[in-house]
Design a protein around this ligand. Structure first.
Ligand code: G3I
Length: 610
């Protein structure tokens, strides 16, 4: 079979596997924060400004614009999406600066993080007087209108919002801090008690853009302590009652005084991860004492570099830390000097838009932090269910966050087998590299070596060599089973219409169903060993039976298994099971289940019956 058809068959296989592309365009060499972060599948951003407060429009400053788009894959309006800019007078909205930042981001393949919809400060001059006489109901209507209008305007352009910002008071001593007094909480508030106004803001934001990730953002919560506990308590309550919250933003406006500790930050992130909540580093800067020209000492800059390296390392090690952002593009637009006289030099780029040691600290973390391998993230490429693997099973490994910034699909080695190294990525099972189907930062698909057959477990390790030496993950042990059958789905969701061909090799579907007595070809993986053995990574030359014959049902009715084994022209590990459609089934989608030994394929896969 000449290569093109071979590639086409293997493409069909990959098309059945969901590849959630990080969408990172290939970037030459890891010389920029953007390229290095793309290889970690993490967006890296900076607070940015247009002309929200009048000239100069920083986006029109070439050095500023080039650095922002060259070094960062995400931006967040430092002020342009705040109330004082977006609703300068009641009911009158100004989206020009925000739109300009969004347009800039889109033109440069960057994401936009929105900031913020509800805060106690930086409010337009008309709002406080209004609040002085308004009823809670009027304040509620005002807040709802603002959130709905702003979120709707930027719908599909802003991937995540800081919905509520800095609502908890600063703790005095160990006592759990209460909520900060504000026009939204109690002066006069919007008629809700406790965190009710925050909950309401999240519900309104979600209603306006159900796809946007919604964050609570604050400072002083980066390390363990009463303020973080107060935020965690609110998040726990919200999650338990289904309030639409997706994450917590850690502002990270810090110094070089050891706060937060790496362990403390990691602990806070893990407590959020346990609730299924993401963490973003949203506004990092590390202020240093500066001289009259605003420059810090070389020694302080080195200490600062270590702080940036430490925080980025923790973020890369915590799977729920899904974005990293600094609060400003360079020393020129940093808020620190005007808010902390005598301090500054807080960012990875200086007055001349040149990298500082902090840049080196971030790059070092991005290029050396070991990728994290979690056994729970080793799942069937067909069903996305994990827990065990089978010999020859095609698996997807999520979260190994170091790899090629854009998708690289299988390559055949000299002996025509799927190569075990792809763009610097290797996945080892008990020390032996496995054939790879594709590789991407944060997501790789490998074929479990048949040699694991008969073992209780296999120890997996992930390696990535960006060119200057391999960076090796932790190891993860996964149980081995004889077979874990799973069927590919046409929509890559792991359920719904299966990857099934009718006997005339056309794709089975609602508009192309199969009649009773017809024979279908089902494609899946996890069938276990083949009678007569199989070579890892080889393309199946012909039919070869599974060692353990499966049984199958369609619509709950036993179906005759005409063939179960290798899928000719597909890589060993992909399986084909041919079934005869039983008589008497109702027309429409019928569930199909394949069972091998004590393991059955995932529920929810259907075949369209006439
Ligand atoms: O540019 C105008 C100038 O034209 C005008 O003359 C001057 C006098 O009012 O104001 C200038 O605008 C200032 C603006 O920064 C631009 O520099 C505003 O006064 C000043 O309030 C604004 O400060 C912003 C600050 O939030 C307000 O609290 C900072 O830029 C912004 O970086 C900062 O960001 C906050 C986050 O939103 C939340 N977390 C903390 C972070 C730092 O405070």
């Amino acid at each position: 079979m000449e290569n093109s058809t071979l590639r086409q068959n293997q493409w069909q296989l990959i098309a059945w596997m969901a590849v959630w592309l990080a969408g990172a365009p290939p970037l030459a060499g890891q010389t920029t924060l953007r390229a290095a972060a793309a290889a970690r599948a993490i967006p890296i951003g900076a607070a940015a400004s247009a002309d929200e407060y009048g000239p100069p429009d920083l986006l029109k400053v070439t050095a500023y614009a080039n650095l922002l788009s060259g070094e960062y894959s995400m931006l967040e309006p430092g002020n342009a999406m705040k109330w004082d800019v977006t609703e300068p007078s009641i009911g009158a909205f100004n989206f020009q600066p925000g739109d300009e930042l969004v347009a800039f981001a889109q033109a440069n393949g960057m994401r936009v993080r929105g900031h913020n919809l509800c805060w106690h400060t930086q409010l337009p001059a008309w709002l406080q007087p209004y609040a002085n006489t308004a009823t809670p109901a009027q304040m509620a209507a005002l807040l709802q209108t603002h959130i709905n209008t702003v979120v709707t305007h930027f719908q599909g352009q802003v991937f995540a919002w800081d919905v509520v910002n800095e609502a908890f008071a600063d703790p005095s001593g160990e006592a759990a801090p209460g909520l900060r007094d504000s026009i939204w909480y109690d002066q006069p508030g919007i008629g809700q008690t406790g965190t009710g106004y925050i909950e309401q803001a999240f519900r309104w934001a979600h209603a306006a853009d159900p796809a946007a990730l919604l964050f609570y953002n604050d400072y002083g919560i980066e390390g363990p302590g009463p303020k973080f506990d107060a935020v965690l308590g609110m998040v726990q309550d919200f999650v338990s009652r289904g309030v639409p919250i997706n994450g917590v933003g850690f502002e990270m406006h810090i110094m070089t005084n050891g706060y937060p500790s790496a362990a403390g930050l990691a602990q806070n992130m893990q407590q959020l991860a346990a609730l299924g909540i993401q963490a973003h580093i949203t506004e990092m800067d590390v202020r240093l004492p500066v001289d009259s020209s605003g420059d810090a000492s070389a020694a302080d800059l080195q200490t600062q570099a270590q702080v940036y390296q430490t925080i980025m390392t923790v973020c890369l090690q915590q799977p729920n830390c899904t974005a990293f952002q600094v609060w400003g593009v360079s020393y020129n637009d940093s808020w620190i000097p005007s808010f902390f006289p005598g301090y500054g030099a807080a960012l990875p780029f200086d007055w001349n838009y040149q990298p500082t040691p902090a840049f080196g600290g971030l790059m070092s973390a991005l290029q050396t932090t070991a990728p994290t391998l979690n056994a729970n993230n080793v799942v069937s490429a067909a069903s996305y269910q994990g827990g065990t693997v089978a010999p020859g099973e095609i698996v997807t490994i999520f979260g190994a966050n170091y790899g090629p910034a854009s998708l690289v699909t299988y390559q055949l080695d000299a002996s025509g087998r799927f190569a075990t190294s792809l763009a610097g990525v290797e996945v080892l099972f008990d020390g032996a590299p496995a054939p790879l189907v594709y590789a991407l930062a944060g997501q790789v698909s490998a074929i479990v070596p048949f040699e694991v057959a008969g073992k209780q477990q296999t120890v997996i390790e992930y390696q990535y060599n960006p060119g200057n030496g391999a960076v090796v993950s932790n190891t993860a042990a996964v149980a081995v089973a004889g077979a874990v059958p799973a069927i590919f789905s046409l929509n890559q969701s792991g359920s719904g219409p299966g990857a099934i061909l009718n006997s005339d090799n056309t794709v089975n579907s609602a508009s192309n169903p199969v009649a009773a007595g017809g024979v279908i070809q089902i494609f899946g993986t996890g069938g276990g060993t083949l009678a007569g053995g199989a070579t890892d990574g080889a393309v199946a030359p012909a039919a070869a039976l599974l060692t353990t014959a499966p049984t199958a049902t369609i619509g709950g009715v036993p179906a005759v298994v005409d063939y179960a084994g290798a899928a000719p022209d597909l890589v060993n590990g992909a399986i084909q099971v041919n079934l005869t459609i039983p008589q008497g089934l109702a027309p429409g989608p019928q569930p199909v289940v394949i069972t091998i030994g004590s393991a059955s394929s995932q529920k929810g896969i259907t075949v369209a019956v006439k």
